[in-house]
Design a binder for this molecule. Structure first.
Ligand code: ATP
Ligand code: MG
Length: 455
């Protein structure tokens, strides 16, 4: 059924396409009027563009790279769009691979660098290519440049750099939006979010990354349609999580995801607890972890998804383990049980692969073990393959307000100490390194003389 919004849009926009898209001549910005120079484009991308052009095809840079260059950022990678069919592209480049089953793309390899070449696509047709919810189920129809522009997500992502004359081609008003600092969905907001709800996540990622603002309707649509994320396959949400949280803007992105209710859809267990305690320990720990991650990326240090998930899901694990312990379960067993339960529930939304979630569990399971250091225990923990991550996580907990500052200092010293010093450190722990509460001797009460037994 057509929603009221869509119906109004159709009536108001008259003869335009299915989503209110108008066919019109593009705005062409000639080379002298924009800032993109070939010096800023990778040699490999230029090589692909020229080869396509020399073979008689249209060839453009498109998407994030054009947007980022115009904003003065260094692009992450260079994507190419062309009217050549995938097989034709494949034939032109010796080191290229056809990828994708439903929609074929060509990857042209230059050592470790890959240039992605996509054939122009047409927007989905309402009757043939979307399901009852409006979600795209088929998008493998080739098209021309103009159609390719309208099927893209945001106006700032639909700018084309033409290798023929170095001009920029703009069908959707992307240049104007870029100048105004706006992320605007192309076409009717509801239709486009329904076609692919991941566009909501992408919108927030670009806000965080580029410091642009959401256009009013693009923003309102997210509040209204956040729950559509429920239907996105968990494997795709895992990929998106990595783009959202491991590309250098995790702290800002996370705040945005929470504000617009998208975090709730992806991480409901954590979101529920963050809502209960807006500025308490769980939020502090997560924000510190995200700020550290951003800093590591900024410093070109490696980051691991396992640690990210340990932080993202810690509060539900911690609380569940606590509850199990209150019911008499020993701490290590409680942590193992809580870890499993939280992961099992989470992967139904975001499919964290085992190779990461096993390490995430190791990090959590090391937490109670790091408290117990007597006998051979500290030595055993130190040999654990994930000790370093477990120790870093303990340090994060201490920084976030848990009473572990001394424990962290102990482990810092222990790691650097010689074998004899280590033994001394363990020996001098006395009763405090067992992790057990010191036993209190019960004083025997003197037999109460005056108490009546059966009162
Ligand atoms: P990044 O800097 O993160 O790479 P990007 O805009 O290049 O940003 P990509 O995921 O590499 O993002 O996608 C390349 C281009 O493909 C986008 O700029 C956009 O034009 C188009 N695109 C990607 N995802 C979608 C989508 N879900 N719906 C419509 N168009 C999309
Ligand atoms: Mg890209």
């Amino acid at each position: 059924m057509l929603s009221l919004n869509k119906l109004i849009n159709k009536l108001v926009k008259g003869k335009s396409g299915s989503d209110g898209r108008r066919s019109a001549d593009p705005v062409i910005i000639p080379r002298e009027e924009h800032s993109i120079s070939r010096k800023q484009i990778s040699q490999n991308a230029l090589n692909v563009l020229y080869t396509l052009k020399d073979a008689g095809y249209e060839a453009y840079l498109v998407g994030g790279c054009v947007r980022d260059l115009l904003l003065g950022h260094e692009p992450k990678d260079f994507d190419v769009a062309t009217n050549a069919l995938p097989e034709q592209v494949h034939k032109l480049f010796r080191r290229s691979r056809l990828i994708g089953r439903r929609f074929k793309l060509v990857h042209v390899h230059f050592g470790r660098d890959v240039i992605e070449v996509a054939t122009f696509r047409a927007p989905p047709e309402e009757n043939n290519h979307v399901d009852e919810q409006g979600r795209i189920v088929q998008d493998n129809v080739y098209g021309n440049l103009e159609q390719d522009a309208w099927r893209r997500d945001f106006t700032v992502n639909a700018l084309y750099y033409n290798i023929r004359d170095f001009s920029i081609v703009d069908y959707t008003g992307g240049i104007q939006d870029l100048n105004a600092g706006l992320i605007r969905l192309i076409g009717d907001v509801e239709t486009r979010y329904r076609e692919d709800p991941v566009r909501m996540l992408r919108a927030l990622r670009f806000v965080a990354k580029l410091g642009l603002k959401l256009d009013k309707n693009t923003e309102a649509g997210i509040f209204q349609l956040a729950s559509l994320l429920k239907d996105i396959p968990p494997a795709r949400l895992f990929d998106e999580t990595l783009k959202l949280y491991l590309t250098g803007n995790a702290a800002v992105t996370h705040e945005l995801l929470c504000h617009y209710g998208l975090f709730d859809e992806m991480y409901p267990q954590t979101a529920a607890l963050l809502h209960q305690e807006k500025d308490g320990y769980p939020r502090t720990l997560l924000m510190k972890a995200l700020e550290n991650t951003d800093k590591r990326i900024d410093d070109d240090k490696p980051v691991t998804p396992a640690f990210l998930f340990a932080a993202l899901l810690w509060e539900p694990v911690r609380q569940r383990a606590q509850l199990l312990m209150e019911n008499g379960m020993p701490d290590i067993t409680a942590m193992q049980r809580a870890s499993s339960e939280v992961i099992i529930e989470q992967v139904q939304r975001v499919a964290v692969p085992k190779r990461f979630s096993l390490v995430t569990r190791d990090i959590w399971n090391l937490q109670p073990r790091l408290i117990k250091r007597q006998g051979k225990r500290a030595f055993r923990s130190l040999l654990h393959p994930k000790f370093r991550a477990g120790y870093d996580f303990l340090a994060l907990r201490a920084e976030s307000g848990e009473p572990f500052t001394e424990l962290v200092a102990w482990w810092t010293e222990f790691q650097q100490a010689s074998a004899t010093q280590q033994q001394k450190m363990v020996d001098s722990l006395g009763g405090e390194g067992t992790g057990k509460k010191p036993r209190r001797r019960r004083r025997r009460r003197p037999a109460a003389k005056n108490v009546q037994k059966d009162s």
